[in-house]
Write a new protein. Sequence first.
Length: 104
Amino acid sequence: MATAKIRKGDKVVVLSGKDKGRTGEVTKVSPKDGKLVVSGVNVAVRHRKPSQTNPQGGLERREAPMFASKVALVDPKSGKATRVRIEEKDGKRVRVAVKSGEVI
């Protein structure tokens, strides 16, 4: 079984695009598509007509999925972006921050 390098609940920083440098928490991961959703990042705005469920209508803002390669995990020690390495400790596969060597 492969260990995912970025999981739901992880704190990540955006590396490229309009939200470069912003940080947020991963709320949803789609490994099949290679995408994930980060709270407060990559917000898409949709114009909605009034309907029975939403009689007011107006603008709807929601986080859109983005490619996982555009984000990096935040190092628990320094707070900066880091890559992730998978190591085996005490017979278990754990994620380790490459910059600091901390177990995530």
